[in-house]
Design a protein around this ligand. Structure first.
Ligand code: PAJ
Length: 309
């Protein structure tokens, strides 16, 4: 297991990548905000498999957090992250300080407009995708990667990244990787660390809702409002879950559809207390998440509550 080279500035990242490319090596980039889990690891593994050199960026990007969001408390586990990267055979980890990315005088913005940013998380988190577009553009430009890997879980982010990579002639192929779930069906997320055991049990309504959507579609239901209603019914069973939206959209344009076809993206966003969770399922493509039945969870919640005395 060889240690990845740690690079800390955009110039050092560009130099490393240019050297590899000059030697005819293919470079893959996995952008992350760290606190790496098995979902990130699946992207990293694919980059290592498909490319000659894999680069992982770890940067908690202040530009994509809104005031009052979790920028300060976002989990930071750099030592563990570096060990994971070493274990996966990553060639370089890009670990810049905020000042290296946004030095004094920085005054450029990148904004993806149009339907991809017309609703959903763009509406709920104004400015979030401008921050994502800015950092992803900077990473793609500095890394000069052949391929960059993103997770399907963040479906709207994927639509935004695909749009900017095309529109700005970046020349990096955008690869989208399937969502990795925990043993109980919850999509892995660095933010799951904020959930108490009881909240986590309630959060399982999200993958359970998506599983209901997958079943409905498999049973031949194509009316989008019926598929959305199937998800909402499951979500309603978790009283602490504050639903932000459930929708069926075209995965590229993010325009809501009336009819669910293979490839339609089913979206869920919900909050439990201050923790915001998003999840998604590609109809007719993704397997239904495997989640324990509601009754089992209800009794587990009861036990947890009783245990608190
Ligand atoms: P972060 O949340 O760290 O996620 C990094 C990448 O891992 C994203 O492409 C995300 O979709 C993917 N990912 C997260 N959870 C996953 C899961 N359970 N299964 C598969 N992939 C998963 O997304 C960001 O960081 C940032 O917005 C970033 C793109 C790095 C820009 O700052």
């Amino acid at each position: 297991m060889s240690e990845p080279t740690v690079v800390e500035t955009p110039a050092a990242l560009r130099l490393a990548s240019e050297r590899w490319r000059a030697a005819g090596l293919m470079v893959g980039l996995v952008p992350t905000m760290g606190a790496l889990h098995a979902g990130h690891a699946s992207l990293i593994r694919r980059a290592v498999e498909e490319c000659d050199r894999a680069v992982v960026s770890i940067f908690v990007n202040p530009a994509q957090f809104r005031p009052g969001e979790d920028l300060e408390r976002y989990p930071r586990t750099v030592e563990q992250d570096l060990a994971l990267c070493a274990g996966e055979g990553v060639a370089a980890v890009y670990l810049p300080l905020v000042e290296a990315v946004y030095p004094p005088g920085f005054a450029t913005s990148v904004s993806v407009t149009g339907t991809a940013t017309a609703g959903f998380d763009a509406e709920r988190r104004p400015g979030h995708f401008d921050g994502v577009a800015l950092i992803v553009t900077k990473l793609l430009v500095a890394a000069r990667a052949d391929v960059a890997y993103f997770g399907a879980k963040d479906a709207q982010q994927c639509a935004v990244v695909r749009r900017l990579a095309t529109d700005l002639d970046i020349g990096t192929r955008i690869a989208v990787c399937p969502t990795v779930r925990d043993h109980d069906g919850l999509a892995l997320s660095s933010r799951n660390a904020y959930l108490s055991p009881e909240q986590r049990l309630q959060a399982l309504a999200i993958p359970r809702g998506l599983a209901a959507a997958a079943r409905a579609v498999a049973d031949g239901v194509s009316d989008a409002s019926a598929v959305v209603a199937a998800v909402e019914l499951e979500l309603a069973a978790s009283p602490d879950l504050e639903v932000e939206y459930v929708a069926a959209v075209d995965p590229e344009s993010f325009v809501p559809v009336a009819t669910v076809i293979s490839g339609t993206q089913i979206l869920v966003a919900a909050r439990i207390s201050t923790t915001r969770l998003i999840d998604t399922l590609c109809a007719g493509v993704d397997e239904a998440p495997a989640v324990p039945p509601r009754a089992v969870v209800a009794s587990a919640v009861g036990t947890a509550m009783a245990g608190r005395g």
